[in-house]
Design a protein around this ligand. Structure first.
Ligand code: IMP
Length: 423
């Protein structure tokens, strides 16, 4: 059976956690393929809110097996905390949560290096979540990293000490004063490692390919968003992994011809957390209203998210790079009550009108060109069927579908599992 993918098409926080949760009953296996605890996937059901960072969003479903793939980076400290937070649920983690031996480990010193590197950048900082993501992926591509499978090796301690020593020298090189207690950090890390080792480690590419041969259905869950992809995002203001569809192949060991549907998730407007260009960003009351009504605060860091109008140029780009086959529009309910809605359909780029996403979208090069739409005043959050959706929202949806040339199959009208309208 083919593997379906679910990805965010903007700068993250599109609502992937909710949709994976809604879709999991259709799948035997949910697999995370990149990123790490920089992600915050929020799930709301039965009146409770749960934020997952590394654990795939299928963990609450009775039968789904959850795989943390080789492309993911794991911080044992945060991972343990996540597991502890789930202790109220009756989840058999040893059978329901499988960890790739090839996933890289975030060491305490990776977090310190992240902090030092951001501080050294000054005004040019990325706005990283400071979870050690960048330094860990740097060690991966630099061929210095430590992987989950190394925890099973006899020389683990020697390797850990060697890499930590190297990191401490690098910290000296940065020359940034950081306050930390290494013994305390290592104690916490060792407790996390102990908990991690109680889980089941697998050769995940073998596991997933066998599962496919045996007719199991697999959903690959992306983290962050396409515009944060290290190759195709707004570099250097990106994360350090491939958040786009290709990342699922390298992050799980699945061949490109085994990919089936690609579900692309986007918000009816756009948000961004951290630094970097954002052509349709609003600095007025409209932006403040989106932030307030949409509760736009980072699920991992609590930082306020920047908000702006929907950017079709960026959306088309993400749809193209990922080969999206179905779209899911989130948070349409947040736009209720606006008299007029704007959608960016092209950019004025260095004096010329363009409709593609260019090399550089810094504000000095790009001015968004907008189309306007009549808003709707109805509260969408109680609606349960597509027949109830207001005509102006249907016009907004039809315009997006026409521009992007992919159907919008799900309209989410609130954070709860139940607030999901299928089209
Ligand atoms: P890092 O991956 O933590 O180094 O952060 C790099 C950039 O990606 C920063 O702008 C972060 O705010 C952003 N980022 C990382 N993870 C997420 C996420 O899950 N949602 C939204 N933005 C994210």
């Amino acid at each position: 059976m083919a593997v379906n993918l679910l990805l965010g098409l903007q700068w993250g926080d599109e609502g992937k956690g909710k949709i994976v949760d809604v879709l999991t009953s259709d799948y035997d296996i949910i697999a995370r393929f990149q990123g790490g605890p920089n992600a915050g996937h929020t799930l709301i059901f039965d009146g409770y809110k749960h934020v997952l960072h590394t654990i795939p969003s299928g963990i609450f479903h009775k039968t789904a097996v959850n795989v943390v793939g080789n492309g993911v980076v794991i911080d044992p400290v945060i991972f343990k905390r996540e597991l502890d937070n789930l202790s109220q649920f009756d989840i058999d983690f040893t059978s329901k949560l499988l960890i790739s031996r090839k996933a890289h480990l975030i060491l305490p010193t990776h977090r310190l290096l992240d902090a030092a590197s951001e501080t050294a950048k000054g005004k040019a900082k990325i706005g990283s979540t400071l979870k050690g993501i960048g330094p860990t992926y740097m060690d991966k591509t630099g061929r210095n990293g430590l992987r989950v499978g190394d925890l099973e090796m006899e020389d683990w301690n020697t390797r850990y000490d060697a890499l930590t020593k190297k990191h401490l020298k690098m910290l000296d090189f940065h020359g940034i004063e950081l306050e930390y207690d290494l013994d305390e950090l290592q104690k916490e890390f060792n407790e996390g490692v102990k908990r991690l080792k109680e889980l089941t480690f697998i050769d995940s590419e073998e596991y997933l390919n066998n599962a496919m041969k045996n007719g199991k259905s697999i959903l690959a869950e992306g983290a962050q968003g396409s515009l944060l992809d290290v190759d195709f995002g707004t570099y250097p203001f990106v994360t350090s992994s491939n958040t786009t569809a290709a990342g699922a192949c390298t992050g799980l060991g699945i061949a490109p011809n085994k990919i089936g549907d690609v579900f692309g998730i986007f918000k009816a407007y756009v948000t961004r957390v951290g630094s970097g260009p954002f052509p349709t960003e609003l600095f007025d009351e409209d932006g403040a209203r989106m932030a307030k009504v949409g509760h736009e605060f980072g699920a991992t860091t609590g930082r306020p998210r920047r908000c702006g109008w929907l950017d079709i140029v960026a959306l088309k780009y993400a749809v193209q790079v990922n080969g999206v086959t179905q779209l899911m529009m989130m948070k349409g309910d947040v736009l209720s009550g606006f008299d007029t809605l704007k959608v960016c359909t092209s950019y004025k780029y260095k004096g010329k009108e363009i409709s593609h996403f260019p090399f550089n979208i810094e504000p000095e090069n790009v001015t968004p060109i907008y189309s306007e739409f009549k808003g709707w005043s109805e509260d969408l959050t109680k609606m349960t069927s597509k027949e109830e959706l207001p005509q102006n929202l249907l016009d907004y949806i039809a315009f997006i579908e026409k521009e992007v040339e992919v159907p919008i199959k799900i309209v989410s009208v609130g954070p709860d599992r139940k607030q999901t309208i299928l089209r």
